[in-house]
Ligand binder design. Structure first.
Ligand code: PLP
Length: 284
């Protein structure tokens, strides 16, 4: 495996960063995860735009122009001879003296890792997954804005740990007011009387690239969509529920807190969206 480190590809054994990197010391950094299909990065421009949003939000100067970052991502996939891949780019504040002042770090650290994609097995996808509404609340936007895709991930790790303890695939976090926000690494949707609903961005969530595509695909398929706040009680009585991310794409959720969603099997709206997503991957 070749890892892209700063401006070159190096064997994974040589891909090491300083213990004084503020990414390691403080979780001071940003990242993106994306998929490559047939060796081509999916929705690359959307991921680059969000990377820029995250960088600006923490006043991190990107170490190279966005176009060059895109080329580095492509090169990493190509040189690892990957077809269907998981790709992660991380830019940390870089090495510097101990202390919180970002100006202690003159050079950010850029790392790109690409590896063969191994997702949930097809039977899991076909059956759907269980989720748990967790006690850990999503970060308040005025504490650590969830629209920043930051490497400071304890909020999400605590949520995921709670979910795993409850034998659930994903932990659904509520926001500071008790509305459904998002999963530890996914956005959440429900279907109620034929309408596809997902929390609006002002609930305090990541503007998922997949979330955006799913809303678009639903609109194009004539499915009515609603972006607004809803509570955990709506999850419990929804006809369908699904979670999305670039890595898992669209996963049906068939149980919430141990109780079946709808019929307990993936529903027709989820199936239609999954089909539309697949077409987008092939032709998009
Ligand atoms: N929400 C959170 C907290 C995430 O970490 C992720 C992905 O990692 C998502 C949502 C889904 O985002 P995307 O569809 O852009 O992968």
């Amino acid at each position: 495996m070749l890892v892209y480190l700063n401006s070159r590809l190096v064997p994974r054994e040589k891909a090491v960063v300083s213990v004084f990197d503020h990414g390691f010391l403080y979780g001071d950094g940003i990242y993106e995860t994306l998929r490559a299909y047939g060796g081509k990065l999916f929705l690359l421009e959307n991921h680059l735009a969000r990377l820029k949003h995250s960088a600006d939000a923490i006043a991190l100067t990107l170490p190279m122009p966005l176009g060059a970052i895109g080329e580095a991502l492509n090169e990493t996939v190509k040189m690892n001879r990957l077809d269907n891949a998981y790709v992660r780019i991380q830019i940390s504040r870089g090495p510097g003296e101990i202390g919180l002042d970002p100006s202690l770090c003159p050079e950010p650290t850029l790392v790109i890792v690409a590896k063969p994609y191994t997702g949930p097995p097809p039977e899991v996808v076909d059956r759907g997954v269980a989720v748990a509404v967790v006690n850990t609340r999503r970060n308040h936007p005025r504490a650590l804005d969830p629209s920043i895709k930051g490497t400071n991930f304890l909020n999400n790790i605590l949520a995921k740990s709670e979910a795993l303890k409850a034998n659930a695939y994903e932990g659904i976090m509520l926001n500071w007011e008790g509305y459904v926000a998002e999963g530890a690494t996914s956005n959440v949707f429900i279907v109620q009387n034929g309408t596809l609903r997902t929390p609006s961005l002002d609930v305090g969530i990541l503007a998922g690239v997949t979330r955006g595509l799913v809303l678009d695909l639903a609109g194009r398929a004539g499915i009515s969509v609603q972006e607004s706040a809803f509570g955990p009680e709506d999850l419990a009585v929804a006809d369908e529920c699904l979670i999305t991310s670039s890595i898992i794409e669209i996963l049906p959720v068939t149980a919430v807190d141990g109780k079946p969603v709808g019929t307990g099997a993936p529903g027709p709206v989820t199936a239609a969206l999954r089909e539309a997503y697949r077409k987008e991957v092939i032709h998009g």
